[in-house]
Ligand binder design. Structure first.
Ligand code: PMP
Length: 443
């Protein structure tokens, strides 16, 4: 498999040389929060695949829902006004649970195309309101909104831009509210004030009647699990309302129990104009994303389109098998999984806090089952680990040897997003194996 993989399977995101040298790591099976590789080695999946297997592995009821749907109706297009029962029921169930009036759902295949879809719907919206000049978009440094070309331009990680001619000139960024490394200091109110001032200044610089929308993750995931101060999301949302800019909450990671409830926006009492989700929606068993649209936005778009069609759609949008899986996953969340996630998340956070005295651990942060530790060489100066030592690759490899899958970010941040089904023993194993990995990193 390693040889076939080297010869034929393209892994753009893996460090090319590192991947060539190491060879692919093949996973063979999984159950609960434990994955087993092709050599039979068992590891705790501290990252739920790619922040997505929220329900954990091996749920027979999900398998049954998928096979039942495949047998009955494996495919129905959402084009030409056609549809299928599971997709319609799923839209209704999601609308019922969504924050505020986010009651119109457009299904995609994942997060990147969910983000792309919002860009298109937002342009339709402003055109329908007679303001086609509102075509400028703002997002946040260290944000991640996908790797399709439009989404990657909203993403603010340079590796996704290099060589692609993006971001486009209509895609702008403001600084991240990164509490551990914020020029405004550690005070939450000062951090919120700095973000508000930055958004105001950016809008003024672009032109008040030019800005279409502002994108924010409730917690920045791929940028290194950056948790803004409490109240930040609401403050940004309120400013967007004041400036008549649409507010998009990208909940692709934070949605579906990752931070506790189904949506982080609900936790923060924020009702965005759009919300993008994916990952936990189907818990990674099959691909699917969903764009939630506020009623007042949808009405403008629908009336603006009038008798004509909106030219946007994917062959696999509203896929019946994905929808059947999502309906089953939703039941699992509400029959104990969300609750277990909150309990396990508290244990994880307490255990990570206890690592704060470790000489390498500069910062511990997170909410629910989404957490990170940031490693530094000097705690007072908050000096990042030297990039040339490739800390991410070394830490990831060591953790793997210790039976733990984590996400090591290039800047020395270790990210955790375990399945919500973790037992106390799973969480304790994650913590013990982390401590062992850190001690080895010191050597
Ligand atoms: N938005 C956010 C916040 C994400 O974290 C991701 C994926 N990590 C995406 C969008 C893109 O989702 P996908 O990889 O499913 O296209």
């Amino acid at each position: 498999l390693i040889e076939l993989d080297r010869a034929h399977l393209v892994h753009p995101v893996a460090s090319y040389r590192g991947h060539e040298a190491q060879g692919v790591r093949v996973l063979a099976s999984a159950k609960g929060a434990t994955v087993t590789d092709a050599y039979g080695r068992q590891l705790i999946d501290g990252f739920a695949g790619l922040w997505c297997v929220n329900a954990g592995y091996g749920h027979e009821s999900i398998v049954a829902a998928a096979t039942r749907q495949m047998r009955e109706l494996p495919y129905a297009t959402a084009y030409f006004g056609l549809g299928s029962e599971p997709a319609i029921r799923l839209a209704a169930e999601l609308a019922e649970r969504a924050p505020g009036d986010l009651s119109h759902i457009y299904f995609t295949l994942g997060g990147s195309d969910a983000v792309d879809s919002t860009v298109r719907f937002i342009r339709y919206y402003w055109n329908a309101r007679g303001k086609p000049q509102r075509d400028q978009f703002i997002s946040i440094e260290q944000g991640y909104h996908g790797s399709s070309t439009v989404g990657a331009g909203l993403t603010a990680l340079p590796v996704f831009h290099d060589g692609f001619g993006i971001p486009f000139d209509w895609q702008h960024k403001i600084p991240s509210p990164y509490p551990y490394r914020n020029p405004a200091g550690d005070d939450p109110q000062a951090i919120i004030a700095a973000s508000l001032a930055a958004l105001r200044a950016k809008v003024e610089a672009i032109g008040a009647d030019r800005v279409a929308a502002f994108y924010a993750e409730p917690i920045q995931g791929s940028g290194g699990v950056i948790v803004p101060p409490n109240g930040w999301l609401k403050a940004m949302r309120d400013l967007c309302r004041e400036l008549d800019i649409l507010f998009v909450a990208d909940e692709v990671i934070t949605g579906f129990g990752r931070t506790g409830p189904l949506f982080a926006c609900s936790q923060e009492e924020v009702v965005p104009d759009f919300m993008t989700t994916a990952k936990g929606l189907t818990s990674g068993y099959v691909p699917m994303g969903a764009v939630f649209m506020a009623d007042h936005v949808y009405q403008v778009i629908a009336e603006g389109a009038g008798a004509s069609a909106i030219g946007h759609g994917y062959t696999y949008s509203a896929h019946p098998v994905s929808a059947a899986v999502a309906l089953e996953v939703l039941k699992l969340y509400e029959n104990g999984l969300l609750e277990n996630g909150v309990k396990a998340g508290a244990r994880l956070m307490a255990g990570l806090e206890a690592l704060k005295d470790h000489p390498l651990v500069g910062d511990v942060r997170g909410r629910g089952m989404l957490a990170a530790i940031e490693l530094v060489t000097d705690k007072t100066a908050r000096t990042p680990l030297p990039a040339e030592a490739q800390p991410a690759r070394r830490i990831f490899d060591r953790a793997w040897e210790n039976g733990l899958v984590i996400r090591a970010f290039a800047n020395g941040v270790i990210g955790y997003a375990p399945p919500l089904c973790c037992t106390d023993a799973d969480i304790d194993a994650i913590l013990e194996r982390t401590a062992k990995t850190l001690d080895q990193t010191l050597e």
